[in-house]
Each structure stands twice: as C-alpha cells, then as structure tokens.
Ligand binder design. Structure first.
Ligand code: RRO
Length: 304
C-alpha cells in the first residue's frame, strides 16, 4: 500500500485530503464528523470578530461543472466559536482555524484567540471574492498580504497558512508576498469570481449578485496557480479547486501541491468523500509506481 501520510509545516496528516473552509465548518460537530469520516485535517468556516448572519438567500446555485456561492461570511463570531473548536478537537486530528479581518489589528486579535482554543494552524482568508473590506480586497495587494501575514506571525507560535485568490494578474507575486511576511504555507485557490443570471426574473440568481465559482470547472485554473506558485515560493503549497477524484489529486500533487483541500465534492460524496479519495489516490500511486504521495509533489516541473 502506497504511503499517503504528508507533513505540512510540522503538521502530520494521515492523508493529504483536508476539508476546505466553509464546507461543514460552522459547527464543531460537522468538523468532527469529517475527521471521523477520514479527513486528514479540517479547516473551520472563516471566523471574524463579531457574529455575522451572511447574505440573504439565495446564497448558492448549481451551475455547469460546479457551484457559485455568496454566503457572505456567516459565522458566530470568535467568542462563541470556542465551544465549536472544543468539539472539533475530539477526534484528535489537526483542526485549522480560518480567520478573516479588516486589517492586521483584527487578524492579530482573531489569531491569538484561535491559537488559545487549541487549533494546530491558522488559515488567513485573504481571498473571499465577494466580501466588501475583507478577503480578496486585501489579498489582491501584495503589500497588505505581507503586512497582515507578518503581524499574525509575530503574534502566534502555531503555523500560519495564507489562502490566496486566483482573481489577480499574478498569484505568484501574492504568494511571494505571503512568504516574505513569514507564511508557513500558501493555500491555492479560493473561488473564482462568477455570476449566474435568472433568465425569467432577468436578475442575478444570488442575492449578492456575484459569488465564488467552485467545483470541477475551476480545476485547470487551480492547477495553473499551483504550478506557478511552485516555481515562485519555497514554502509548501496546499492545492485546491475542483478535486473530485484520485486522478485530480494526483494532478495537483504533480503541479506542486504538498497537501490538498476539498470542498464542492463533499456536497456530492458526503461522508464517503475522504475514504473514496484516499483509496483512489492510493491506487494511482501503486499503478504509477510512486512510493508515496509526498514523492509526487512538483514532479511535473523540470526537464524531460
Ligand atoms: O462566505 C463566503 O461567502 C465565502 C468565503 Br468567506 C470565501 O472565502 N469564499 C467563498 O467562495 N465564499
């Protein structure tokens, strides 16, 4: 049996498949469920300083090859989230705390709290495509990305991952900014800005108008981003965007990912997601004579 264990910035994962932020992440019970169902690690919903209801319905629509969502960062706020983390920690596997803020002061406050709750690492959301004053509005700027990353790194001891937006001219430049701010890993990619129009109403389907496109349709974009980042940074890359099979996972590893996140596929495969993907990746490794998932990282680069 090929070895699926991977290490990311000191975190040991039994397999490379991490539940992405926003998928089952608002409660500790669902995070624990994903871990018990075989996830290597889980990422929480992005948590802010205050409770937020999110945008009114409709907040998600199925489109060809994926979904468009504009949930609007719904979350219970950092104070109330302590008990969810406690429950998520029960299975004894890594829990990664995702946070979003408007500036480095908010990020530092959230980072300290999350660390005190016992998470294994932080994921800074600098990439939500439709949040005024948050997410990609900060993460599209390399200077702001570096400043927020450096401020969080100086405030906590646990590893800090920075989740990047594909909605930029050069994701490599933003990855380098995160690295120079001291990031321990980058996560690529968050959703692509997208929109669906309701032909009968003659209006956008989602209440917010635009949203974030995820699912199989964005996989080539994610692969290109991971490939470019691998050439630009030395820190590990956590790859994501449209992974729904062992072959998709292998493609991301070859492009340069050291671990993977999955989101949209969980809506289809639910609790079977992680065992299914692990089994398929394991089969791919054996049939292609790779000893381990680890040994595949970045193998699509370099000479003939
Ligand atoms: O909550 C959302 O609407 C959301 C977030 Br925070 C994000 O980072 N990416 C996304 O597609 N949706």
């Amino acid at each position: 049996m090929a070895e699926l264990t991977v290490d990311i910035a000191g975190l040991r994962l039994q397999n490379p498949f991490i539940l992405a932020s926003g998928i089952w992440g608002e409660t500790g019970a669902t995070l624990a469920r994903a871990l018990r169902a075989g996830a290597g690690a889980v990422v929480t919903k992005s948590i802010g300083t205050e409770p937020r209801p999110g945008y009114p319905n409709p907040t998600i629509v199925e489109v060809p090859a994926g979904f468009i969502n504009a949930m609007g960062l719904p979350n219970p706020g950092i104070e109330a989230y302590k008990e969810e983390i406690e429950e998520a920690l029960q299975p004894g596997k890594p829990v990664i705390g995702s946070i979003f803020g408007a500036d480095e002061r908010e990020f530092v406050k959230l980072a300290r709290k999350m660390e005190s709750y016992g998470v294994s690492a932080l994921e800074l959301n600098l990439s939500c495509p439709h949040a005024k004053g948050y997410g990609a509005q900060l993460g599209q700027d390399p200077g702001i990305t570096k400043k927020i990353t450096a401020a969080v790194k100086a405030a906590v001891k646990i590893p800090v991952f920075v989740k990047l937006t594909p909605n930029v001219a050069s994701i490599a430049a933003i990855g380098k900014a995160a690295e120079s701010g001291g990031a321990d890993a980058v996560v690529a990619i968050n959703t692509l800005k997208g929109m669906a129009i309701d032909l009968e109403l003659g209006r956008p389907v989602l209440s917010h108008g635009s949203g974030g496109y995820s699912g199989p349709g964005i996989r080539p974009v994610g692969i290109a981003c991971v490939y470019d980042l691998f050439e630009a940074v030395k820190i590990p890359i956590i790859g994501m965007g449209g992974i729904s099979s062992g072959d998709d996972a292998a493609e991301y590893l070859l492009a340069g990912a050291a671990a993977l996140q999955v989101g949209s596929v969980v809506y289809k495969k639910r609790d079977r997601t992680f065992t299914h993907l692990s089994r398929e990746l394991s089969r791919f490794l054996s049939s292609h004579h790779y000893k381990s998932a680890r040994s595949m990282t970045g193998k699509a680069h370099g000479g003939p």
